[in-house]
Design a protein around this ligand. Structure first.
Ligand SMILES: [Zn+2]
Length: 774
């Protein structure tokens, strides 16, 4: 499933400065949203299907809900005064309109003035425009943030408008030829005068990146005719993608089954289907929405039912095939005008992976490692299938079909028919029991505490008159170095907005609302990050509890918070999470590992009645559940990534039948058989939704995350010395150098996918594969 547009957009902002630099597209902070509205657990462990935590259901419990915890306030720290005041959150509709207008006008004046300067006066200072960019973001980001958190619809609306105006303006500016010329001339002057050599590495990088932005936007295309053609192609591309997405969002097909065909599907799911009568038969209409169709994949005992559902599901967006063909053709033409070998090369140029060839090499290497594991898992599931088919008197063949075992694009919908059976047999883990050990009031402070110690920082809550927040439930913190003695130890501000309410952003995400950077007079501008989440609220019967999955998500998101706080770059453009998009998730993915460490799980857990931490037995089960059948899961991820990369590569014939390619690759890579070819590529929303030639990034960053964890932290996950290393080598530098350099610096060597493979093999169920020679 594709992440909702709002989420994507908000993450664009959460990732910082991107909007000013041409190609900007967000990415999921995590494959699983905090709250699953579809009631399907990622590992088939929840048997209490009614226990959904959707915002609407929570509303009725929200009467007395409020944070039950407070952070202890260190008196010395509390007496320190941050050198920078936090922003106010008391804006009116008029304020937001006026401040947006002012910010745009101010920014435009600076650009307009620069292009008037005589050519020989252009140098680094006016080329960089770096602090102008920061000032613009500082003005705009908080204003466009209100749309996610304000309880006032008028504020939310004007905030959305503010963001649209800013985005439109930034797009126009990024396409200004006169500004691009200024940058090119300034860069040439730098070289000519020798001033280039005096620049720091970060300054050189800034110049290079700014010129590259212009080149990638097409401003370097010499012929006016070609530039105009480029603009037309881009418009057509955005139309094709928009239509694909519209179809995707508006899809409302369905498939009907009889009661008998639905045998195995839980009663409460069936009772939710619309019924209709056809002749003597009562038919149940199953829409292709996940809460409807996925229980069929997961529970329907009749393989014919699952097959029919699968085929219809893959065929549901056949009307997108033409739009995808168009988009791919246009991308080829655009890449050609911009003088790239392929769209995939164009896209990957600004990623950590650098080229389409490198991305392919990565996928092939990982596939070689995953094949034995997937083959073993397939054999296990096939054994289970034979057993079931024998018992039911069903025909037996040697195939594991996609409707026997399938994963959707994202982990959230994993664990279908035989995978579920396997889990039920081999893992006796009750998610709702685990949840009782994770009250919000224990977990959140425990996680902050872990981070504080690990990274050597201190959170001091701002209370009383000084507190200024957008909603009473929000907590505001000044973040200091642990040993701060004076204002030089100030790091920045952090806001936690953790509980659901009407009109609020409905997933978990982190916004870098203010960047950190060096002010002209040598002082620093300090960052501000805000975490917005939707943790469960308390009920009359029990306190707010988190599932283990929610705990992991929270830990992950806090990782982004610290990336945004602890970066110390000279320019805001490189601050914090402003790293390559195929690396930005790696630090937080690495940090998720803490939630699978027995020592840490003990620290974070406390049963809401007995105050006992999780037992060793439960911890062992949680850990065991992590990598069940993940070999097949990741092979399926590799299928998506390979398809995505293949169709954006010019070595593929321009007249390729993408339906055929989709089905061929699926069978070949994900080790599950299909039947008659259906145009599943029409359902692959990522490819038009900002992940084009980027799907590989999901596994790419995971592999680095595993390597970082295994190489550095595994031996002592809570050791502050290792935390310091992480701060210095990864967080501190942000995007101010190549991410690969940061990673190598942190690891002390080249990255290696072995750690990832070792990890999933050790804890997974691929016993035989463990013996494979890696
Ligand atoms: Zn993330």
């Amino acid at each position: 499933m594709l992440v909702a547009t709002t989420r994507r957009v908000s993450l664009i902002r959460s990732l910082g400065r991107a909007s000013r630099h041409g190609s900007y597209i967000g990415l999921v902070t995590r494959v699983r949203p905090t709250f699953k509205l579809d009631q399907i657990d990622s590992r088939g462990r929840i048997r209490h299907l009614a226990q959904t935590t959707s915002t609407s259901k929570l509303a009725k419990y929200s009467s007395n809900a409020y944070l039950e915890f407070r952070f202890s306030t260190d008196p010395v720290m509390a007496s320190l005064k941050p050198p920078q005041l936090p922003p106010t959150w008391q804006h009116t509709v008029e304020d937001i309109e006026r401040l947006t207008t002012e910010a745009l006008a101010k920014d435009k004046k600076i650009s307009d003035d620069i292009v008037q300067l005589p050519e020989d006066q252009l140098g680094f200072d006016n080329l960089a425009l770096a602090n102008t960019e920061a000032t613009f973001d500082i003005a705009i980001e908080p204003l466009s943030f209100y749309q996610n958190v304000s309880t006032d619809k008028a504020i939310r609306d004007v905030s959305t408008k503010s963001e649209e105006r800013a985005r439109k303006y930034a797009n126009q500016e990024s396409m200004r030829e006169d500004l691009y010329k200024v940058k090119v001339t300034a860069a040439a002057n730098l070289r000519k005068t020798g001033a280039w050599d005096a620049l720091s590495a970060e300054q050189k990088r800034l110049v290079d990146k700014m010129l590259l932005d212009g080149k990638r936007a097409g401003l370097g295309v010499e012929s006016k005719e070609e530039r105009e053609k480029l603009k037309r192609l881009k418009d057509d591309l955005s139309d094709a993608c928009l239509k694909f997405t519209q179809n995707f969002n508006e899809e409302n097909g369905r498939i009907s089954f009889t009661r008998e065909q639905l045998d195995g599907v839980p009663e409460d799911v069936i009772s939710g289907y619309t019924q209709r009568t056809e002749g003597d038969n009562v038919l149940y209409e199953v829409t292709f929405r996940t809460p409807d169709i996925f229980p069929v994949f997961k529970y329907a005992n009749d393989p014919k039912t699952r097959e029919a559902a699968q085929q219809a599901f893959d065929d549901r967006l056949a009307n997108n095939v033409g739009y995808l063909d168009t988009a791919l053709r246009l991308r080829r033409q655009i890449a050609e005008i911009l003088q790239y070998d392929s769209w995939a090369d164009y896209i990957t140029e600004v990623k950590m992976v650098k080229s389409a060839a490198n991305a392919k090499k990565f996928l092939d290497g990982l596939k070689a490692h995953l094949d034995p594991l997937g083959t073993q898992e397939r054999a296990t599931l096939l054994g289970l299938k034979k057993e079931v088919h024998t018992k039911r008197g069903l025909p037996i063949d040697d195939n594991l079909y996609i409707w026997d075992y399938r994963h959707a694009h994202l982990e959230i919908y994993s664990s279908l028919y035989y995978d579920r059976l396997y889990v039920e047999r081999n893992l006796d883990l009750d998610d709702s029991l685990v949840k009782e050990y994770f009250p919000v009031s224990v977990v959140v402070p425990a996680i902050l505490d872990i981070y504080q110690n690990l990274l050597g920082v201190k959170f001091v809550e701002i209370t009383g008159d000084a507190r200024d927040v957008w909603h009473p439930e929000v907590q505001q913190f000044a973040v200091w170095e642990m040993d701060a003695k004076d204002e030089s130890g100030f790091i920045g501000y952090c806001y936690l907005d953790l509980f659901p309410r009407e009109g609020k952003y409905s997933h978990a995400a982190v916004w870098g609302l203010l960047p950190g950077y060096e002010l002209p007079e040598g002082k620093r501008h300090h960052p501000l990050t805000a975490m917005v989440a939707n943790l469960a609220k308390p009920t009359p019967e029990r306190p707010a509890l988190m599932r283990h999955d929610d705990v992991t998500t929270f830990f992950h998101e806090m990782g982004h918070v610290f990336h945004g706080l602890l970066s110390r770059t000279r320019y805001s453009r490189f601050h914090g999470t402003a790293v390559a998009r195929d690396f930005v998730e790696a630090p937080s993915q690495m940090l998720e590992n803490w939630c699978w460490e027995p020592e840490v799980l003990k620290k974070m857990s406390s049963h809401y009645k007995t105050q006992e931490p999780l037992s060793d037995d439960l911890i062992a089960k949680i850990i065991k559940s992590r990598y069940v059948n993940v070999g097949l899961f990741y092979l399926r991820q590799l299928f998506f990534a390979n398809f995505d990369l293949a169709v954006h590569n010019n070595s593929l014939d321009v007249n390729t039948d993408y339906t055929k390619l989709w089905n061929e690759l699926r069978e070949k890579i994900s080790l599950v058989q299909g039947s008659e070819d259906k145009p599943g590529q029409g359902t692959f929303g990522h490819i038009v939704g900002g992940y084009d030639a980027g799907y590989y990034g999901y596994t790419y960053s995971l592999v680095f995350a595993a390597d970082m964890y295994a190489t550095v932290f595994k031996k002592a996950p809570l050791d502050p010395a290792l935390g310091r290393l992480y701060r210095d080598k990864i967080l501190f530098v942000g995007g101010s150098r190549d991410d690969m350099d940061s990673l190598k610096d942190f690891l002390g060597r080249e990255p290696d996918p072995k750690a990832f493979i070792n990890e999933i093999e050790r804890d997974g169920n691929g016993d035989a594969a463990r013996a494979s020679n890696l």
